[in-house]
Design a protein around this ligand. Sequence first.
Ligand SMILES: *Cc1c(COP(=O)(O)O)cnc(C)c1O
Length: 343
Amino acid sequence: MEFDYCTWDDDYKGITQTIRRSLLDIAQVSSKKYTSVLMQGSGTYGVESVISSVIPDDGTLMIAMNGAYGERIGQMADVYGIDHVDLIIDEQQPITLESVKQMLKRYPETTHFAMIHCETTTGILNPIEEIIPWMHEQGIITIVDAMSSFGGIPIAVEDLKIDYLISSTNKCIQGVPGFSFIVANEEKLREIEGIARTLSLDLYSQFDEMEANNGKWRFTSPTHVVHAFAQALIELRVEGGVEKRFERYRDNQSKLSEGMKKLGFEPLIDTDWQSPIITSFKYPSDDFDFGKFYSKLKESGFVIYPGKLSEVPTFRIGNIGEVYAEDIDRLLKVIEKLSQKIS
Ligand SMILES: *Cc1c(COP(=O)(O)O)cnc(C)c1O
C-alpha cells in the first residue's frame, strides 16, 4: 500500500484481472458462466450498483427484510422509483421459503428478488440455499447481499443459482475498506446494457470496460486498496481457503457465545440461525450501562458494536478478521473482570 500505481498501467490492470478470477474461485463458479466486476465505494455502493443497474422500468423487485440491510435495499428502490414489494419478517427470525412462496403468490408480477445472507443487524444467517434455487425455478432473477459472509462462509453461487452476489473488500476477505465487488451471471449481465439509472454505478458499463480493456476501471480506482485486497486473497489461500476460515470463525463464535452465557449475557438469536460472523447479546440487566462497558473494553484493546435493533436493547460482538481463540479467551477474561466490578 506504500507504493503508488497508475490506474492505466498494465501491471496494475493485471492485478485487477487476477482479483476478478480469484473471486470466481471463491464463489465456486465457472468462468464460462460467471464474471466478476469491481466497483468503487463501500459495500452499499456495490448493492446500489446492482439495484440501480439490473431492474428494467417494468420490473418488480421483491425484497426480503429482517434487518437494516434489507431495509436499505428498500430505500434504494424508493430513490430510483423502482416498483418493490417488501416481505417484512421479525428481526429475530430468519426469512423462510414458505413466507417467500406466499409473497410470490400475492405478487406474481415479481421479476427480481433480493435478500441478505448474513443480516449483520442481528447476526442472523438467512437460508439462501433453500430460497434462491426455488426463486430461480420460478424464472426470477436473484440478488444476494453476501457482504458479511462471502469469504467466511462457503457459498456455491452457481449451484444456488444466484444471479448477482455482492460483497466488499473489508469483511470476511479481510482486506481494507475501499471497494465492493459483484459476482454475476454473465448471460443475465449482458442483458442489462443501457438500463442503468446512474452513470458512475452502472454495472454493465464497468463490466464492459474491464473486459474490453483488460482490467481497466472506468474512473480512478483505489489503487492502494486494490493491492491490499490482492494480498488479502493470498492470505485467505494461505489460511486454507474459505472452508478453513469458516471453521475458525465458527469456533470463535461458539467459544464467545458459550463464554458470554456463563457470564450472564444471553445471545439474541437462536443457535440454529446464528451466523459465525457477529453475535448480538441482550443487556444483562435494565441498568446495564453500554457506554461504560464500551469504553472499558476499548481501554483493554477491544472495540465492540452497539445494537441496531428497535425492540430489544442489545450490543454486538463481531469476529471477522485476524481473531483467534486466544483473543476470545482474553476478551472473556476482561468482560468477567468488568462484570464483577460493575455488579
Ligand atoms: C457491511 C454491510 C453492508 C455494506 O455496508 P458499507 O458500510 O457500505 O460497507 C451491506 N450489507 C450487509 C449485510 C453488511 O454487513
